[in-house]
Design a protein around this ligand. Structure first.
Ligand SMILES: Nc1ncnc2c1ncn2[C@@H]1O[C@H](COP(=O)(O)OP(=O)(O)O)[C@@H](O)[C@H]1O
Ligand SMILES: [Mg+2]
Length: 259
């Protein structure tokens, strides 16, 4: 892909989305790109996986918790439903104001929408959706979006801006079923460039299984790697802690760039 700019990572909980997102972000930095990594999963953890030091992480307020700003920009108090509020709030200053940077990677956390969950029409969700749209359409940095298993925050209008929608799969039926569901959700909003990445692959047989059963074409895989687990235990950079995984991630980026 000549002009690879925006990548979203999805998949079943615990499958390795955050691990893969962090590795990819570092590979892009290594290749001279300016990278913004967005934690869009309420479960969080991307800043840790990227190796952001605790003092810096402590400075991050998830965008969904910027109550005064949400009120100012949408005209409605977060946590409220109905009534009138702007679906198109100003967000262009948010990446600069609320991101932290470390080792060439800018980081922003979207946070959780408490009231209503998926599809909720509330000021917070309007704000997050506008922000993701802005990042996808008007931000020039290489973007890595660590998401949930859905397509939340992505709308039809912005779907076309996603260059590659990655779904992490592990050898097992449940993650493959999630991948199939994600592919359908993505297709519903017009995303066709959906690719899989295998994770926690321990043998050739498992990789063969994934290649045979995956509902989406696979770009590569990360091996089962105790160094990744250890990095998670101690909140260390996965890229720095697991050289083999870093090398596997480079191959995945090669495959992306070759698309
Ligand atoms: N290839 C791997 N080998 C071993 N452990 C892994 C691997 N990939 C991820 N893990 C571990 O699995 C857990 C879930 O990974 P994570 O990236 O947080 O998943 P997700 O973001 O999809 O919930 C973490 O403890 C992580 O360290
Ligand atoms: Mg995660």
């Amino acid at each position: 892909m000549a002009d690879l700019k925006k990548i979203a990572v999805s998949g079943k909980g615990g499958v390795g989305k955050t691990t893969l997102s962090a590795l990819l972000a570092h590979v892009f930095v290594e290749r001279g790109r300016e990278v913004i990594a967005i934690d869009a999963d309420p479960a969080g953890g991307l800043a840790e996986a990227l190796g952001f030091p605790p003092e810096l992480r402590a400075q991050v307020t998830p965008v969904s918790e910027l109550e005064d700003l949400i009120y100012e920009r949408t005209g409605a108090q977060p946590g409220t439903f109905g009534g009138f509020f702007s679906l198109n709030p100003r967000v262009d200053d948010i990446p600069d104001r609320f991101s932290i940077s470390h080792n060439g990677i800018r980081f922003l956390r979207l946070g959780t929408i408490e009231s209503g969950g998926s599809g909720c029409i509330c000021p917070e969700s309007a704000m997050l959706k506008a922000l993701v749209t802005h990042l996808l359409l008007y931000n020039q940095e290489m973007l890595v979006l660590d998401m949930e298993a859905g397509v939340e925050h992505l709308g039809r209008a912005t779907a076309q801006a996603v260059d590659a929608f990655l779904v992490v799969v592990e050898p097992g039926r449940r993650s493959l079923a999630t991948a199939a569901a994600v592919r359908t959700l993505a297709a519903d909003i017009g995303i066709v460039r959906v690719y899989g990445v295998g994770n926690k692959v321990s043998s050739d047989a498992e990789w063969d299984f994934l290649q045979k059963e995956s509902p989406v074409p696979l770009l590569g895989y990360l091996s089962t790697n105790p160094e990744l687990l250890e990095a998670d235990m101690y909140g260390r950079s996965v890229f720095a802690s697991a050289p083999r995984a870093a090398e596997e991630a480079r191959k995945i980026v090669d495959a992306l760039e070759a698309l």
